[in-house]
Design a protein around this ligand. Structure first.
Ligand code: SF4
Length: 292
């Protein structure tokens, strides 16, 4: 059997930094909450829950915690995850009196800055990405006028922006590079005054290239990632094109009983997959034994 694990499978630097910040904060006196799950990985989120870290999803919950803290004197910290949040959300939390640990990835902060500056100067903002993805929602919140989100060729064809005004196009950091180029080409055909900044992060680009390369030379490909992780879903999409026999799993438990001993097997993992989960899958493929 030949087993190839993609070199850049697993946590990227932004996720690593965010997750470590929460684990470090756990040892301190404050009660800790993350604003949304810290990463799209149930195993990590469950582990943090066991250590007393809560998850909140709204500013109403921030206000409730601020009131509790004011009444009891107990210190509470809110952690902003690597996806970042809108300007409204961060300033609301900062004003609430609760402590904040902001682990927004610097690559995401750069997009916020681009969007804020360009929209202030009168550009329309187009984000190539998945509507509803937390990073995209956060980025939209830095534009001084409503930003458009485009995720498909059809949406690019029908975008109803003002074609006579300047446009700034940016990307969700984990978007598929080929698809980004395809959608940008459509927009460039339609609008003249268009500035494009490819903000897909290098970690994502390299992960996708490597996944494609490994999948193309494998009989079976295994993509490990959370069900709600969009970068993992994209890795699956890329690998499936190169290797029909591709699994998309969260942990080793999701793999069927199968003898991999005569096959060329490739493994990659999304940015929110911890190392130990990748190692468990590797061990199972090599030995046929699952260790939980
Ligand atoms: Fe930062 Fe890139 Fe990781 Fe997103 S994928 S958290 S932008 S390093």
């Amino acid at each position: 059997m030949e087993l190839t694990v993609a070199r850049n499978a697993g946590f990227c630097f932004g996720v690593e930094k965010a997750v470590s910040a929460v684990y470090e904060a756990v040892g301190q006196k404050n009660r800790i909450y993350t604003y949304g799950p810290i990463i799209h990985n149930e195993t990590v989120v469950e582990d943090l829950t066991r250590r007393g870290v809560g998850v909140i999803h709204s500013l109403e919950e921030v206000d409730r915690l601020a009131a509790e803290s004011a009444e009891s004197g107990e210190k509470i910290t809110i952690v902003i995850r690597s996806h970042g949040v809108s300007e409204d959300v961060i300033s609301h939390i900062q004003k609430s009196g609760l402590s904040v640990i902001d682990t927004t990835c610097p690559f995401v902060s750069r997009i916020h800055q681009l969007v804020e500056d360009a929209s202030k100067k009168g550009s329309q903002i187009v984000i190539i990405g998945n509507a509803g993805h937390p990073e995209v929602v956060g980025t939209m919140g830095w534009s001084h006028e409503p930003a458009a989100v485009i995720g498909t060729a059809e949406e690019a064809e029908h975008w109803d922006g003002d074609l006579s005004r300047p446009v700034l196009v940016v990307a969700q950091t984990t978007f598929n590079t080929d698809k980004f180029q395809e959608l940008v080409a459509i927009l460039q055909r339609r609008a003249y005054n268009i500035a494009v900044v490819n903000t897909i992060c290098n970690a994502t680009r390299m992960r996708q290239q490597e996944a494609r390369r490994v999948a193309a030379q494998s009989d079976v490909m295994i993509v490990i990632g959370g069900k709600s992780s969009s970068n993992s879903a994209k890795l699956y999409e890329i690998c499936r094109k190169e290797c029909r026999d591709t699994y998309f799993i969260q942990t080793v438990k999701d793999l069927p009983e199968r003898d991999f001993s005569t096959l060329r097997v490739g493994i990659t993992a999304g940015a929110s997959t911890p190392k130990n989960i990748i190692e468990e899958v590797q061990n199972y493929v090599r030995t046929g034994r699952r260790e939980f």
